[in-house]
Design a protein around this ligand. Structure first.
Ligand SMILES: Cc1cc2nc3c(=O)[nH]c(=O)nc-3n(C[C@H](O)[C@H](O)[C@H](O)COP(=O)(O)OP(=O)(O)OC[C@H]3O[C@@H](n4cnc5c(N)ncnc54)[C@H](O)[C@@H]3O)c2cc1C
Length: 221
């Protein structure tokens, strides 16, 4: 993802059948495999926003992304996070420099921006400016650490373009909410790429749920 990032599915306990069995426990019923009526049940649950049966599963993602992407991600409260610590470990010297085609301008009003390509020279200057700032910031960080300043303080010089790493464990209901908001046109391009990657794992592991989510205009139940 981007220039130094990734999304990795570390582990999962996630099936469409778990949705069906969670719903059918109301009638003391349980199934060992899915059939057509179960697909209909999942569509009904999605459409009528019976969300809790979509919570009996878990996706554990391992993510590497710029700090500004992580800040947006961490706003999603339903889920568990553990992040790399710049108090205990040396900061990474990997920083996000967008590809020239990802350098964009911002046109319009808040809530209705459109993002337009910039001239190639502006794109190149932007990339060089970022690179210069990152190098200066990282050199300052190293100097401070060498002088004996605690990492927890020295990290103050690090820009939000620095990469961080975290684990995120989330259920399908909250994942659909995340995908709905962050794989959308209105989301920032960088987090959108990550959300799209998470979406492919949801599709792979819970295809019936995913299909119902898409048919439900990508609104989480
Ligand atoms: C395009 C975009 C722009 C944004 N801009 C800003 C911004 O300018 N400033 C800013 O601060 N944030 C901004 N955000 C973040 C946004 O406000 C949410 O914090 C973030 O998207 C998490 O969404 P969520 O609360 O639905 O997710 P989660 O926190 O994962 O919650 C999932 C669902 O659980 C329920 N829930 C969770 N907690 C509560 C609660 N305390 N009370 C009631 N129900 C709860 C809600 O139904 C919620 O939808 C932006 C988000 C997007 C997608």
């Amino acid at each position: 993802m981007l220039d130094h990032g990734f999304v990795r599915l570390d582990a999962a306990m996630a099936t469409d059948l778990s949705v069906v069995n969670a719903a059918r426990v109301s009638f003391a019923r349980r199934k060992e495999s899915m059939d057509e009526s179960d697909e209909g049940l999942i569509r009904f649950l999605m459409r009528d926003r019976h969300g809790t049966p979509f919570e009996h599963n878990a996706f554990r993602f391992h993510v590497r992304c710029p700090i500004f992407v992580a800040r947006e991600w961490f706003r999603h409260r339903i889920g568990s996070f553990n992040e790399f610590s710049m108090r205990y470990a040396r900061a990474t010297d990997d920083f996000y420099v967008p590809e020239p085609e990802d350098v964009r301008s911002q046109v319009g009003k808040p809530g209705a921006y459109s993002f337009e390509p910039v001239d190639p020279e502006v794109a190149e200057t932007t990339r060089e400016t970022l690179q210069d700032v990152y190098e200066t910031a990282y050199a300052a960080y190293e100097r401070l650490v060498e002088q004996g300043v605690a990492r927890e303080l020295a990290r103050s010089v690090m820009p939000v373009g620095a990469y961080t790493e975290f684990y995120w464990t989330v259920n399908a209901r909250a994942l659909m909410n995340f995908v709905s908001l962050r794989a959308a046109e209105t989301a920032q391009r960088e987090i959108r790429r990550y959300a799209e990657a998470c979406e492919t794992f949801l599709q792979r592991l819970m295809p019936v749920t995913y299909d119902a989510f898409v048919k439900n205009a990508r609104v989480a139940p």
